[in-house]
Write a protein that binds this ligand. Structure first.
Ligand SMILES: NC(=O)c1ccc[n+]([C@@H]2O[C@H](COP(=O)([O-])OP(=O)(O)OC[C@H]3O[C@@H](n4cnc5c(N)ncnc54)[C@H](O)[C@@H]3O)[C@@H](O)[C@H]2O)c1
Ligand SMILES: [Fe+2]
Length: 380
């Protein structure tokens, strides 16, 4: 038996922030980062909360570590919050989810019944609808995906206007995270008809609108479509799971400090090739993943008369998109030294194998396979 459900109410499009006016007579904590605070984003959110007492916690940093979550819990206790609004990228929304969960445990507050809003300002993680929160353990250099239904935000507000200020590199990285979510969920062990439908739509939207939003961040139609794609891909992978791209991205990105979407983008062509396993085809029996990549190629109107051509054209299209977005193809191009990669190699391999997202990859991964992919990714 499989389940497809989502409990998050999604408000989207022009005027979606108006939903915040329903919060009345509450002590509200806005969770964000300093950069967003400097741009006046929490003030904009607070302007809808005229009947509430608002506190801003702006201590989130990218790839939020445990220490940020602890500081957020302290701020929550100090202001006596009764509701929470996270406004920012995936890092902010993840931190807010973890703060809410830890406050429930340690302060014995029934945060499950709180009104909580997730307002993404990047089109990337889909965190506004998922039951995951990725927290970094700085001491170990590892990212942990927490996973619990209780982490799902009750309300998501998708206002594309908030993403317009994202610089081109953030747009590119986050957009490739969306593509990776959709492409991994599409072939994952948990894929189903419901998640497939969302993946196909999200992949089409990313290929069409990500280059436009990258070239012109003020293109509001492109921003809106990407924001919707991000949320759809989030719903899809929340049901279907992810795969080895994310497993390796958490490991390699955590050790070499590469933005999540960027390292996903660099890994994705290698994992498509690994999953399709064209070299291992016997008697014309292709893997299910290879056949699904062919179907995805058809959805994108790429030539795909055979499985082999479908897979290679899809792969080429992903590589082409990476080049358009100026994403490096190798760790060498990104600036890692061969010594750095060699010294961290074993740790990265074992972290990738232990990562919870690797378990739903369609082709089982061994230390040898992960090592070989890492070698190709390195460019040395
Ligand atoms: N919870 C999930 O399901 C899930 C899924 C994938 C990734 N993640 C995690 O999410 C994090 C990445 O999130 P992200 O890609 O959204 O990036 P991010 O939240 O780390 O933000 C990146 C940078 O962009 C800035 N920024 C965000 N929105 C902006 C805007 N509108 N204008 C200008 N600057 C803006 C931020 O201040 C930050 O400096 C990683 O930690 C990753 O592991 C979580
Ligand atoms: Fe991701």
């Amino acid at each position: 038996m499989k389940e497809f459900s989502f409990s998050t109410r999604i408000f989207f499009g022009e005027g979606a922030l108006e939903r915040l006016r329903k919060l009345e007579d509450k002590r509200v904590m806005i969770v964000t980062d300093r950069f967003m605070a400097g741009m006046g984003v929490p003030d904009k959110v607070a302007s809808y909360l005229t009947r509430c007492q608002v506190t801003v916690f702006d201590g989130v940093v990218p790839d939020p570590p445990i220490e940020v979550v602890a500081a957020g819990v302290e701020a929550l206790r100090d202001c006596g919050a009764e509701a929470m609004i996270a406004v920012g990228g995936g890092s902010t929304i993840d931190a807010a989810k973890a703060i809410r969960a830890v406050a429930k445990e340690t302060l014995h507050i029934d945060t499950d019944r709180w009104e909580c809003f997730a307002i993404p300002t990047t089109s990337g993680t889909g965190s506004e609808v998922t039951e995951y929160a990725v927290i970094t353990d700085r001491a170990k250099g590892i990212k942990y995906p927490l996973d619990s239904k209780a982490l799902r935000p009750p309300v998501a507000i998708l206002d594309p206007q908030l993403t317009v200020s994202a610089p081109a590199s953030v747009t590119a990285d986050a957009g490739m995270d969306v593509l990776t979510h959709a492409m991994e969920a599409y072939v994952s062990k948990g894929a189903n008809d419901f998640s497939d439908a969302l993946c196909e739509k999200a992949v089409s939207l990313v290929f069409r609108f990500l280059p436009l939003a990258f070239q012109d961040g003020t293109d509001l139609l492109a921003r809106e479509k990407l924001h919707n794609a991000s949320c759809m891909a989030g719903l899809a992978f929340n049901s279907a799971g992810l795969g080895l791209t994310h497993g390796m991205a958490h490991a390699v990105g955590g050790k070499l400090h590469i933005a999540h979407g960027r390292i996903n983008a660099m890994l994705l062509p290698h994992i498509i090739s690994f999953n399709a396993n064209l070299a291992g085809v016997r008697n014309g029996e292709y893997t299910v993943a290879a056949k699904k990549y062919q179907r995805l190629a058809k959805t994108l109107d790429l030539p795909a008369p055979s499985v082999r051509l479908g897979v290679s054209n899809l792969l080429r299209e992903v590589e082409r998109l990476n080049r358009t977005l100026k994403i490096p193809a190798t760790l060498k191009e990104w600036g890692s030294s061969p010594e750095q990669i060699r010294d961290l190699r074993e740790e990265m391999i074992s972290a990738a194998l232990a990562d919870v997202t690797t378990a739903s990859n369609p082709r089982p991964a061994t230390a040898e396979c992960v090592g070989a992919i890492l070698q190709k990714l390195s460019g040395y």
